[in-house]
Structure formats: structure tokens, C-alpha cells
Design a protein around this ligand. Structure first.
Ligand code: DGL
Length: 263
């Protein structure tokens, strides 16, 4: 079983990180569109063009299924492409439903953080109409987090200052959950934790996405299947990564190991 996973950059590694655990038998091709990141600040038409090119590329790699590990790309492109390509395509959307369903305390609020394109997109607003009946979710776009993540920059006080400035208009003591509606945001749980005066928990769509992938592939018990030697090939915008780039990817996966301990 060969799975193609793509994102505008290194955000989708958070999906790969979990997919490796949940589907230990699978082979993966990871595609980061490093030439065009960030998507969240581009036009819908431009993103559609990038996505189409990547889907063709992954089909050429003979993948059995594709995960669009990018909320932004899914928000503008998933529906039409799903019909056009010969393998199942699983997209991602901010996990607002899960945050609402697992609300710990009535009356507490949920912050949905994503890119500007995802926040402005109809898909998210239709989702909110469906699942946020009591209007408990607030939206914020945090495009600079994508840039920080792409620089491999997780620790600087600049990130906390940016979050503080962008979240100033919210009464942060009212929140109980942050929906990480952009896969790049998974790297910043510690920064969010420092900025909120209360302990918030994090909700992301990674596990739901892989479960959906396993469902479409009929792999419900994949976790129990015998583990085979795992193979992962990485491409940056269609070019196989260099040894140095592969090392960089390993560092990102290591940061994700740390983040996986924060829920
Ligand atoms: N990681 C992507 C997402 O989940 C988008 C980041 C970007 O390229 O702006 O939305």
C-alpha cells in the first residue's frame, strides 16, 4: 500500500508523523510544495493550479491513495479533484466538529486558527453552520506561523509576541480549546500554551484524516497488521530531497514527537 501525502510545506509532516504509527505497514511518498509555500496567502486559482499539478505527480508515483494534508488546499480544491483522479483522495478541514462535541465545560469558547484562505473560504463557514449551533467558535488567521514553521523557528520570543498581538482582541480566559486548522500550527502548542492565561487543549484533524484514509482503503485494523520495513520518499516540489533536506525533515519529525505529548 503506497500513500501520497502532500502539503504546501512541512505542516503535513504532522499527518505523516501519525500515519506512520497508525499504518505501520504502508509505504509513503511525502510531497512538500516548498516552491510555493505559503498557500494561505495566495489566490484560490493559484492554489488550485498547484494542487492539480501535485495530484498528477503523485498519481505518476503510483500511489494507492492521496491525503491532502493541508486545510488550505482542501478548502479550495478537494471536491472537484476528487472526481477527476483515479485513486481515493482524502482532504482535511479544521476539526471544529470534534472540538464542539468534546467540549469540557459549557459556555467556554473555542478558537479556530487557520490560514487566511481557509478562514475566508465558504467550506469553513458551511461547516460552522452545521456544527457550531451555539456559536461557540471564533476564528483567527495566523499566516505568520506558517513562515516561522518553514524557517524551523519554534522557540523565539518573536512567535509568542506575534500570537499575543493577533489574539489581543479575544478574551483568552474564556477559551478551553484551540483548533489547529492548519497543519503547520501543530509545531506551536507550547507557544499557544504560554500566551493563554488558562490551560487550553488542542484539537487537530490528523487522526480523523488517517482514520478516514483507512476507512476508504478498508484498513480498519491496520494497526494490528504485521509491520513491514517502512519506506518514505520525500519530494520538495517534485524534486527528490537532498541528504541535507532529509535531515531537516527528520528534525521536524523530532519536533512533532515533542508536540505529540501535548494534548
Ligand atoms: N499547512 C497548510 C494548511 O493546513 C497551509 C500552510 C500555508 O501554506 O499557508 O492549511
Amino acid at each position: 500500500m503506497k500513500i501520497g501525502i502532500f502539503d504546501s510545506g512541512i505542516g503535513g509532516l504532522s499527518v505523516l508523523h501519525l500515519a506512520r504509527k497508525m499504518m505501520p505497514h504502508a509505504e509513503f511518498v511525502y510531497y512538500a510544495d516548498e516552491k510555493h509555500v505559503p498557500y494561505g496567502e495566495k489566490t484560490v486559482e493559484a492554489i488550485r493550479g498547484f494542487v492539480e499539478e501535485i495530484l498528477y505527480f503523485l498519481i505518476e508515483q503510483k500511489v494507492d491513495a492521496i491525503v491532502i494534508a493541508c486545510n488550505t488546499a482542501t478548502s479550495v480544491a478537494n471536491k472537484e479533484f476528487r472526481e477527476k483522479f483515479p485513486v481515493p483522495i482524502v482532504g482535511m478541514e479544521p476539526a471544529v466538529k470534534m472540538a464542539v462535541e468534546h467540549q469540557h465545560e459549557k459556555g467556554k469558547r473555542i478558537l479556530v486558527a487557520a490560514t487566511p484562505v481557509t478562514i475566508a473560504g465558504d467550506k469553513l463557514h458551511l461547516l460552522l453552520e452545521r456544527v457550531d449551533k451555539n456559536h461557540e467558535a471564533d476564528l483567527v488567521s495566523l499566516p505568520k506561523l506558517v513562515r516561522f514553521a518553514e524557517k524551523g523557528d519554534f522557540e523565539t520570543s518573536e512567535i509568542d509576541a506575534y500570537l499575543q498581538a493577533e489574539l489581543r482582541r479575544f478574551d483568552l480566559a474564556q477559551y478551553e480549546a484551540v483548533v489547529l486548522g492548519c497543519t503547520h500550527f501543530n509545531y506551536f502548542k507550547e507557544n499557544f500554551r504560554r500566551v493563554f492565561p488558562v490551560t487550553v487543549h488542542f484539537v487537530d484533524g490528523n487522526e480523523g484524516t488517517i482514520r478516514q484514509l483507512m476507512r476508504v482503503l478498508g484498513q480498519v485494523d491496520a494497526q494490528e497488521e504485521e509491520a513491514r520495513v517502512r519506506k518514505i520518499t520525500y519530494y520538495f516540489s517534485g524534486i527528490p530531497v537532498t541528504e541535507a533536506e532529509r535531515k531537516k525533515v527528520e528534525e521536524y519529525l523530532h519536533q512533532l514527537d515533542k508536540m505529540a505529548e501535548i494534548s
